[in-house]
Design a binder for this molecule. Structure first.
Ligand SMILES: C[S@@+](CC[C@H](N)C(=O)[O-])C[C@H]1O[C@@H](n2cnc3c(N)ncnc32)[C@H](O)[C@@H]1O
Length: 761
């Protein structure tokens, strides 16, 4: 990844669509003498593998995807894929050539990742593949399948995230790894058996636009445990929260797991980002080393004792990989590289390097040592080369266990190139072996500081409250509480200005509505609890609104009507209410869970649960109020947009729904009634005065139809069928994102992207 922060979007590159078109770059153009000279001299692969390695770089990358979502949803969809689609694709011949069927990525847990290498014309023309292609497209649109490069799936797998962990993703956009981390956080929480994990995922990216993408991506798995910020990770501020032992004391939030998927030169992605063949040069990596080291060292500072940092790049360059790890380890003796050789044993990997020879722009010479480089080059050349001592292997390189790093080469298992290192922090003040740690030697520290020096323009501009502090000791914070829980304030609280951010940090304008927690006896919250039949266990105190900032007195007199309610878990609430978001660019906290829906003529508007948030609410819904139905009912709900109650077969569902009040209801299609279902299917419906509507968006409805009925039986809503004013309109993610809700959120969370829900019930 280049400096402008877009993987494959480096200056002068073709637009993304073109980059993916392999036909635009001839194989003959897939050469770069600088690349060959540099990497041959690094001996990244043995001489007798070099040709195979280079040839694999010139071969198009197979398509890979991951079956995503909650464990049960994913396994059910994976079974459909494995048992229905793959056998269909096993004996396909196209233009006299046998076409290989999709195969499971051998090392991905539970066989949930797949790979296939089929030319586009086969995918579009051959009937068996055409059907498979539509399945992939539908399921991808609703978020059940995530197209992701195989190697990019690796870092989260080495993080061993558990639902109670505090996790940070420092460079998270566009968010494919964030999605994996969220899934891990939402894996069954055995401690509390709820749908809401007790942990945290703080996803951050310094690029403002890409932060939008990140929020959009993560909305597919709505999480009350997610926060998204838009800051420079290398100077990430410490967040505060009340101490667990003394609520009047504040302490610094330390993370159990941190992912540093840092910006890099991206030369491991040459199989798909073909423009890199033309532009690659060693300065790409030389220039990024300092930023990469600063980000990693910041992560180390924010990590709890015995916590784990995973560092990854899609580059093969030791200057961006082993050199960064070596510097960081020497400067932080309480860290060590973890031996992960027993993990993902089906993954073919090569050990990290212990020797490498950086070079400058001229590439005439690679230099054995920093001193040779300094002695050989003029002062001007030294400055231009952007190299420090830290670019070279240190003298004590053998002590650092660098072979524990993982190098993934394209020719090993037909993937992109990648690098992963797993670092662990010892318990306080001891080395990982339990020996008390000495501070880094003055020489080590000088070298590391020099390599990681923060450019003047990048020095923290945050004031005391969020200043980059080196010691992570507990501290008392007395001044800033930006977003205050509303229960400590008057009812119908005036929206606070806490979310209004300073311009400039991280680039792009930043305007956010504040996060205001409602008291549990707020009329909106009470209405949700009673109309949606929520049990007393529902965390009503964690509901928040995002209303535009305004004049506090005026707002108090005439409060802004609430349209959307968001939910966070306890930990996110503590962080939102005890830190100053005038300084921290908080782009999202928690997820939208209820939205107001017009109820029809003569009836008051009511809240309904959002389709994609249903799994969060289900464990708190009185089970007696969930209506059972069969596939005949589902067929009508899928086929027609606004079927009348009388249109349903005479039976339990029709009888119960005729008697129910208008508003939000949940229907269960039990597995025992319909063996076609692999588990109970739960869906939200809306009853207006005359009709019933399945409250999932059109794409989700089509995907559901394909899954259950084998084809898309949904009918487009025709003009004359458009709802009367008593009928609900189901909005799609795109519809909502265009129009800012809540009075103009610039970055909104989970906007109405309503998916069909296969519950874990
Ligand atoms: C390799 S990409 C991350 C890919 C992401 N982890 C994923 O899996 O989708 C690197 C990201 O780092 C971000 N970035 C660059 N410099 C940064 C900095 N100083 N702090 C935080 N993020 C940064 C870029 O905007 C880019 O989105």
């Amino acid at each position: 990844m280049g400096r402008n922060n877009k993987r494959g979007g480096r200056r002068g590159h073709k637009p993304k669509d073109d980059v993916y078109r392999t036909d635009l770059v001839e194989k003959a153009d897939m050469h770069n003498d600088r690349f060959t000279t540099y990497y041959r001299s690094q001996k990244i692969v043995p001489d007798d593998e070099w040709d195979v390695f280079m040839e694999s770089l010139r071969t198009p990358l197979p398509t890979t995807f991951r079956v995503a979502g909650s464990r049960q949803t994913a396994q059910s969809l994976n079974a459909t894929l494995r048992d229905n689609h793959v056998p269909n694709l096993s004996n396909v011949v196209f233009e006299d050539q046998p076409i290989p069927p999709p195969v499971q990525v051998p090392w991905y847990p539970d066989g949930l990742a797949w790979q296939f290498n089929v030319p586009k014309k086969v995918l579009r023309k051959q009937p068996e593949f055409k059907e498979f292609h539509s399945f992939l497209v539908f399921e991808t649109e609703v978020g059940n399948i995530s197209r992701q490069e195989a190697v990019s799936m690796l870092p989260p797998l080495f993080m061993d995230v558990e639902p109670h962990h505090k996790v940070m993703d420092m460079c998270a956009a566009p968010g494919s790894k964030t999605a994996q981390l969220l899934e891990a956080l939402h894996a069954q929480d055995t401690l509390t058996s709820t749908s809401i994990p007790s942990g945290l995922l703080l996803a951050n990216d310094s690029d403002h636009k890409r932060t939008h993408l990140l929020i959009h991506q993560s909305a597919r798995l709505p999480s009350p445990a997610l926060m998204v910020t838009n800051l420079d990770a290398s100077i990430y501020p410490q967040l505060k929260l009340p101490s667990a032992s003394n609520k009047n004391q504040m302490e610094t939030l330390l993370f159990d797991r941190i992912l540093c998927d840092v910006p890099c030169s991206g030369d491991g992605t040459m199989r798909k980002n073909l423009g890199i063949w033309k532009t690659w040069q060693p300065m790409d990596g030389n220039g990024l080393h300092g930023l990469q080291l600063r980000i990693l060292q910041r992560a180390m500072k924010l990590l709890a004792p015995q916590g784990r940092v995973v560092y990854s790049t899609c580059s093969l360059n030791p200057v961006e990989n082993e050199a960064v790890i070596a510097c960081a380890l020497r400067n932080n003796p309480d860290f060590r590289l973890v031996d992960v050789s027993a993990k993902l044993t089906a993954l073919h990997r090569r050990p990290g390097l212990t020797s490498w020879r950086p070079t400058d722009k001229s590439l005439c010479t690679t230099y054995d040592t920093y001193d040779t480089f300094m002695a050989t080059c003029t002062e001007g050349e030294v400055v231009k080369a952007k190299m420090t001592r830290g670019h070279w292997p240190p003298e004590d390189v053998e002590k650092l266990d660098l072979p524990r790093c993982l190098r993934i080469y394209p020719h090993l298992q037909d993937t992109g190139g990648f690098f992963v290192a797993v670092l662990e922090r010892a318990s306080t003040n001891t080395s990982p072996e339990g020996v008390p740690v000495a501070a880094p030697s003055r020489e080590n520290k000088r070298e590391a500081d020099e390599a990681a020096e923060i450019p003047e323009s990048k020095k923290p501009r945050l004031d005391d409250a969020t200043e980059v502090e080196d010691d992570a000791e507990a501290s008392v914070q007395t001044d800033v509480v930006a977003a205050v829980p509303a229960e400590t304030k008057a009812k119908n609280p005036a929206p606070q200005k806490a979310g209004k951010q300073k311009k400039g940090e991280g680039g792009g304008s930043f305007k956010e509505n504040p996060y205001t927690y409602l008291p549990p006896d707020d009329p909106s919250v009470l209405s949700c609890v009673s109309r949606l039949h929520l049990t007393p266990a529902f965390p009503s105190a964690n509901i928040l609104v995002r209303t535009p900032p305004g004049d506090a007195d005026a707002d108090a007199a005439a409060p802004v009507p609430v349209r959307n309610l968001y939910i966070t878990n306890d930990l996110v609430k503590l962080l939102v209410t005890h830190n100053d978001y005038n300084r921290i660019r908080l782009a999202c906290a928690g997820t939208k869970v209820f939205t107001k829906q017009e109820a029809g003529r003569g009836a008051d508007a009511q809240f309904r649960v959002l389709g994609e948030a249903l799994p969060l609410v289900l464990p708190y819904t009185d089970p007696e109020t969930i209506v059972d139905a069969d596939l005949a009912v589902l067929r009508i709900l899928v086929e027609k947009a606004y079927p009348l109650c009388g249109a349903f077969p005479d039976g339990n569902f029709r009888r119960v729904m005729t008697e129910r009040e208008t508003g939000s209801h949940i229907v269960r299609f039990p597995r025992e009634l319909d063996p076609i279902l692999s588990h109970d299917l739960m869906l939200p419906i809306w009853k207006s005065t005359v009709s019933l509507t399945l409250m999932i968006d059109k794409k989700a409805k089509s995907a559901l139809s394909m899954r259950v009925f084998g084809k898309d039986i949904t009918s487009p809503v025709k003009e004359k069928e458009k709802p009367a004013d008593d009928e609900p309109v189901v909005v799609s993610a795109e519809d909502v994102e265009d129009g800012a809700e809540d009075g103009g959120d610039e970055l909104v969370n989970g906007d109405g992207a309503e998916d069909a829900v296969m519950t874990d019930a």
